[in-house]
Design a protein around this ligand. Structure first.
Ligand SMILES: [Mg+2]
Length: 358
């Protein structure tokens, strides 16, 4: 099974409601679709959204990277040489983690097809179903309360609230939501780098004093400030998770060495695909750090890949893989499906994706 050609296209899917964080607003999900065809007629799918304010990757830069550099580096290689292909993808150029991820996902899809193996089994088969939270966009407190109640009614047991635009208002938001949804639903917060170190420590202490029972807080401070993240982690009781500070396995090595966080958020688009993401999970497991599997606003292709790694890997105990459930339609046939707060993995080989309506 040799890699013969790589085709790219764009898939646009409107969201049910706009996705708003401290960093950006998204109304329509747009994925660059990577289709790798092999000499024996198999098709492997991968995808990458453009997240310029997070990874710096646009669809134009992803397409240029794949067409001109990453693609030519792996054309003609045999899918059985998986490790060699993955290492070529990573060493072909620096940065461009989303482009690398899209190609890496398609290669894993083909490897699964080659051996008739669903990807969650390839990664270890720890589970076949995983629980995901639902993300609530940052809005006026009343709107966020209504969105959180709707999520709970739909069966979600964990909500992830976007905060980080105004620390004082964030405390009001979380207080109102905790009151509305009661004590049994877990609340996670994501500040998306929106607080200063002191603002973060002050706000988190206030939330602890108010008994809001926050399960974890993602990326309170700017991504580059690992020492600042460490200072927040050292100063509060609530678990602190690194997201935008943790892209590559090397970033994670530094975070773990500094003991800068209690938890890690792994995303394929930051890590550069399933290969480096599974290295991160292994490093975390060796250090006794638990991981969340996260995602960008991306279609079911990337979500199925991420869910496969999460379901296979014991160190990944928390999932924030709701993106495909935020979309108004589902043009990707096969792959995972959602059942209330759970994601069910497909038993078909690879990603189990059979067609994409474009
Ligand atoms: Mg985050």
């Amino acid at each position: 099974m040799k890699i013969e050609k790589i085709d790219l296209s764009i898939l646009s899917i409107p969201l049910k409601t706009p996705f708003i964080t401290a960093l950006r607003r998204v109304d329509t999900a747009r994925d660059l679709i990577v289709k790798i065809t092999t000499d024996d007629g198999h098709t492997g799918y991968g995808s990458a959204p453009a997240t310029v304010v997070i990874t710096g990757d646009s669809h134009e830069s992803e397409a240029a990277a794949i067409n001109n550099i990453i693609g030519p580096a792996i054309i003609g290689m045999d899918i059985d040489d998986r490790a060699a292909i993955l290492s070529r993808i990573q060493s072909s150029m620096v940065h461009n983690s989303s482009a690398k991820a899209a190609v890496d996902i398609a290669v894993h899809d083909l490897f699964g097809q080659r051996y008739g193996l669903p990807l969650y089994r390839f990664f270890g088969g720890a589970r076949k179903r995983i629980v995901s939270d639902l993300t609530i966009s940052i809005n006026e407190p009343a709107v966020m309360v209504a969105d959180a109640l709707k999520a709970v009614r739909a069966g979600y047991t964990n909500v992830k609230l976007k905060v980080g635009i105004d620390a004082a208002l964030d405390l009001q938001r979380v207080t109102a939501i905790r009151k509305a949804i009661g004590p049994h639903i877990s609340i996670r917060l994501d500040a998306n780098q929106g607080w200063t170190v002191k603002e973060a420590i002050r706000t988190i202490h206030a939330m602890e004093d108010a008994d809001l029972a926050i399960e974890l807080i993602e990326q309170p401070v700017p991504a580059w400030d690992m020492e600042g993240l460490q200072q927040v982690t050292d100063s509060v009781d609530t678990d602190i998770m690194a997201d935008e500070s943790a892209f590559s396995p090397r970033d994670v090595f530094r975070l773990l060495s500094l003991r800068a966080c209690d938890l890690l958020n792994i995303k394929l688009m930051k890590a550069g695909g399933l290969g480096p993401a599974s290295q991160i999970a292994a490093m975390a497991e060796a250090c006794g750090i638990r991981c969340m599997m996260g995602c960008m606003i991306e279609s079911k292709i990337g979500i199925t890949a991420a869910a496969s790694l999460a379901a296979g890997t014991p160190a990944i105990t928390i999932n924030d893989l709701d993106a495909a459930d935020l979309m108004a339609s589902d043009p990707v046939h096969g792959g995972i499906h959602y059942e209330k707060n759970e994601i069910v993995l497909p038993d078909a080989p690879g990603l189990g994706i059979t067609a994409i309506e474009e």
